[in-house]
Design a protein around this ligand. Structure first.
Ligand code: SAJ
Length: 402
């Protein structure tokens, strides 16, 4: 049985590789020729532990190949980006393009699975789009099977996390269950597509609201002179309290995005979820204020921004507050030289390329900087000998060097 996985990104490629390792013939489809070529060489075009071995083995065994064109297949898995459109509604441009690419191949027996995180109703939208173009096909089945894997632990969590599978019909859900059961050793929970869509958004909103609580505490504690990390550690000794960690903001393509899909689905009602987004999105500005204050009185200060990724030990810069802060620093502190350190990338991302921010190694940054702002708790920064920070003005947004 042939499975076509459309979108070979952070979710599509791991899913393609693990299906190939579990008995399916998998064709990965991507519009980016670099991704296609990398996969066909058995390589992974981004950083994700353990994925490299899976891809190399699957390609070598002939169970996985990549191409630009959508092929005929028995099962289609759509794992393309779902960015925002106007008013924080979903932009279905990539989903629609993926859906349209199936049209010439469908015979009426296929299962189409949407994995991309989407507002309630998106799986129905796909089905309606196909029905409008190919009304004679009555047997195509649809399901939504949202991924919940944590970047950095994807290959493990694909196997060990419970999974929600929502069918447009119960039969579609059953059919999708069989596919996921080939590699997922945890429980598969069947429901309808709308509930599955909302469940995914709810999980990430839960985390966003809880991080906002920690971030708001960090502002309050700063104002009244309390160490927020000690405070949280102590409060968490309560058996039913489990506060998350403050940071420079919330990043990634999931937690900073998904709550908006709930807000745009029910704008009048989603008050807390909306406010949490604003609290977390306000944190980078607060960090910039701290850096501005730290640089005060220094002539032509050198500022080192440690970390650009949206979380530790990955190269993913999507929606990263650290990247936004680094990009805003030259404007926030006029006359400053801004050095960025990001051990997981080899060149400046598009947002910084050609601008005043320089990408340097950790040693050079520490040698030159007057002000050091820690934005991501990468391993290299955690292990740093604290002596090397002496004499510098330090802003530790993660509480790593307490
Ligand atoms: N963060 C904090 N404080 C914390 C925890 C996280 O500031 O205590 C920040 C991180 O620094 C990062 C952001 O939140 O900027 C998100 O990081 P994360 O590790 O919480 O989550 P993601 O985006 O890597 O993955 C999330 C996960 N969802 C949940 O934990 C509910 C993952 O399981 C999902 O599969 C993923 O979103 C997704 O793809 O939706």
């Amino acid at each position: 049985r042939v499975v076509a996985v459309i979108g070979l990104g952070y979710i599509g490629l791991p899913t393609a590789a693990i299906l190939a390792a579990n008995g399916y013939d998998v064709v990965g489809v991507d519009v980016n020729p670099k991704h296609v070529d990398a996969v066909n060489r058995g390589e992974v075009p981004f950083v994700e532990p353990a994925l490299g071995g899976f891809v190399a083995d699957a390609v070598a065994a002939g169970h996985l190949r990549a191409q630009a064109e959508t092929p005929a297949a028995d099962v289609y898995i759509v794992a393309v980006p779902t960015p925002f459109a106007e008013g924080y509604r979903v932009d279905t441009r990539y989903i629609d393009a993926a859906t349209d690419s199936l049209l010439p191949h469908l015979t009426g027996r296929e299962l189409v699975i949407l994995e991309s995180t989407s507002p309630p109703g998106t799986t129905e939208h796909m089905a309606a789009r196909i029905a409008a173009a190919r009304p004679e096909l009555t047997g195509v089945e649809y399901a939504h099977a949202p991924e919940r894997v944590l970047p950095g632990r994807v290959m493990e969590e694909l196997v060990t996390n419970d999974r929600i599978i929502g069918g447009l019909t119960p039969a579609a859900a059953e059919r999708a269950r069989e596919l996921y059961a080939s590699f997922c050793k945890a429980e598969l929970h069947l429901t309808d597509a709308r509930t599955a869509e909302m469940a995914k958004l709810t999980e990430n909103s839960f985390r966003d609201v809880n991080i906002a609580f920690a971030n708001e505490l960090s502002l309050i504690c700063d104002q009244i002179g309390i160490d927020v990390w000690e405070l949280i550690e102590l409060a968490n000794k309560h058996p039913r309290v489990n506060i998350l960690q403050p940071g420079p903001g919330v990043g990634g393509h999931c937690i900073a995005v998904d709550p908006w899909f709930i807000v745009s689905s029910a704008p009048e009602t989603s008050k807390l979820i909306h406010t949490a987004r604003l609290v977390n999105d306000g944190k980078p500005e607060w960090v910039l204020d701290k850096v501005r204050a730290a640089a005060e009185g220094l002539e032509q200060p050198v500022i080192a921004a440690l970390g650009l990724a949206f979380k530790p030990d990955i190269d993913d810069l999507r929606e990263s507050p650290a990247l936004d802060i680094a990009a805003a620093l030259p404007g926030a502190v006029p006359g400053a030289t801004v050095l960025a350190v990001e051990p997981n990338v080899t060149e400046l991302p598009a947002k910084l390329a050609g601008g005043p921010v320089q990408l340097v190694g950790l040693d050079e940054a520490l040698e030159r900087a007057d002000v050091v702002v820690l934005l991501v708790d990468h391993r290299e920064f955690k292990e740093l000998d604290r002596e090397r920070l002496s004499g510098k003005r330090v802003i530790d947004t993660r509480g790593t060097w307490r």
